[in-house]
Design a protein around this ligand. Structure first.
Ligand code: 5AD
Ligand code: SF4
Length: 460
């Protein structure tokens, strides 16, 4: 970690070091936001051990791949990449390859059998990475897949790998105690543990000092955050108060655990974005029960009602799984009707993918035929397209506040950013720049984006 003297105060640099004299690590990340943030912790650990970062695989002394196991296709993608790395290793036999994250935890030693991978490290053992990589220099393999009850990496300042320096993640907890029947996460990431709020606030200050404008607090189940007498609602309030110039988001909430206190805290602080990702998984109470989600359709809908009572303008998104074990056509129709009833602004939608050793794999048959799963998923996606368009159409004519995050992918002359409700907005650049908070009049929309023009300069 290096400190730059900027006159009055010392600011910790949280950006990557690119230095030609040091050994270089190239890192690829698959999967969720938590993995993205874990990669930032891994880079901090490797930089401290003397490495610099490279974006060019051909320059790397060490290639790391941070992996996801949540669905089979996520793992297949990693296997494909490993074949590519095998070619790289043929060209440069001295390059070391490390497979880290959820797949490392799930598949352990077996990953070392293919003569591609040299180092295997699970999500709780990243501090050991430099030592294990060192072993490979003498031709040995390195592995550590121990899960921990208390590792939160809370003393490590993640090295921010995002391009623009506007939005960042802070992990507030790790692991999950819920054991949803379909989910491999409790096995790959271990039990739940929360992080000391002081260390969360320290990291928040680093972000604020480095000009970041938005933070997303991350956890597999943020609502079960608990540190002494600090609840998630309490932490959220502390974060919102400590960085009033920053936008605050969080993910992921669990419908059973989300409290009214969290909703009231969101309503109280203007800088907490009115957006909740509340995975439902299925609209059928019978399927929810076999998924071990611990809420019914009715209870979920009641949560949505309370959200809307407390924050009428709050956007809600969800995760849905099509074709879970035993799902009937009626169960599927219940999912479609729940989607309509809630009117989701956005959704992540998946086909059920059996994961070895989960409750579902041990106790149920993966009995919905593949063609039926595909048809149901298609219907879910088509319905969500309609719902997303309806949600966007409601915004046409209104004025929204957009935090500018990047130049538009389609045109150099346009900027893009998000509203507090997490809707993407594209607009002509004018005098605005990345990191600005801009008022935009919405004039048009598609299912994926809102379009408009800036009606003011900066709001702050
Ligand atoms: N099959 C399909 N989707 C899954 N998810 C988790 N496990 C599985 C699985 N085995 C989805 C859930 C979860 C999201 C992160 O991934 O919807 O909320
Ligand atoms: Fe998996 Fe359920 Fe935990 Fe989410 S809450 S990580 S779906 S076990």
């Amino acid at each position: 970690m290096q400190a730059a003297n900027t006159g009055k105060r010392t600011v910790i640099s949280i950006r990557p070091v690119f230095d030609s004299d040091r050994p270089k690590v190239y890192l690829e990340t698959y999967g969720c936001q938590m993995n993205v943030n874990d990669s930032e912790v891994v880079v901090a650990i490797m930089q401290k051990a003397g490495y610099s970062v490279t974006k060019n695989i051909g320059d790397a002394n060490l290639i790391l791949i941070n992996t996801c196991s949540v669905r089979d296709n996520a793992e297949q993608r990693v296997w494909g990449r490993l074949e590519y790395f095998r070619q790289e290793k043929k060209k440069r036999p001295n390059v070391s390859i490390g497979l880290i994250g959820c797949m490392a935890e799930r598949l352990k030693e077996s990953l070392l059998e293919n003569n591609i991978v040299d180092v295997v490290v699970g999500p709780d053992a990243y501090r050991e990475l430099p030592k294990l990589v060192e072993k490979t220099e003498s031709g040995q393999k390195g592995i550590n897949v121990l899960l921990s009850r208390d590792e939160t990496y809370s003393d490590i300042s993640p090295v921010r790998l995002d391009k623009t320096g506007v939005t960042a993640f802070i992990s507030i907890m790790r692991g999950c105690n819920n054991v949803c029947a379909f989910c491999v996460v409790p096995y790959t990431r271990g039990g739940e543990r929360s992080r000391n709020p002081e260390t969360v606030l320290r990291e928040l200050k680093e972000l604020s000092d480095n000009g970041y404008r938005e933070v997303t607090l991350l956890g597999q189940n943020v609502d079960s955050y608990s540190w002494k007498d600090v609840t998630f609602a309490g932490l959220l309030a502390m974060v919102a108060e400590s960085a009033p110039e920053m936008r605050v988001r969080f993910s992921t909430s669990h419908p059973r655990d989300m409290t009214d206190d969290v909703l009231k805290t969101m309503a109280k602080y203007g800088n907490i974005c009115n957006y909740i990702h509340l995975p439902v998984q299925s609209g059928s109470s019978a399927i929810l029960q076999s998924m071990n989600r611990k809420y019914t359709r009715e209870e979920y809908l009641q949560r949505i009602k309370t959200i809307r009572e407390i924050m009428p303008d709050c956007a809600v998104s969800t995760d849905i799984i099509a074709g879970f074990c035993g799902e009937t056509q009626k169960d599927h129709e219940d999912t479609l009707s729940l989607m309509r009833e809630v009117g989701y602004d956005f959704a992540y939608m998946f086909k059920y993918s059996e994961r070895p050793n989960t409750k579902a794999a041990r106790h149920f048959k993966d009995d919905v035929p593949e063609d039926v799963k595909i048809r149901r998923l298609t219907e879910i996606i088509e319905l969500q397209s309609e719902l997303s368009l309806t949600s966007h159409k409601k915004d046409v004519g209104s004025i929204v506040e957009v935090l500018v995050e990047d130049t538009s992918k389609r045109s150099e002359n346009d900027l893009c950013g998000r509203t507090p409700q997490n809707k993407t907005v594209v607009f002509p650049k004018g005098n605005n720049k990345i990191g600005d908070l801009v008022k935009i009049k919405i004039t048009d929309c598609s299912q994926a984006t809102l379009k408009g023009f800036a009606i003011s300069g900066l709001l702050t």
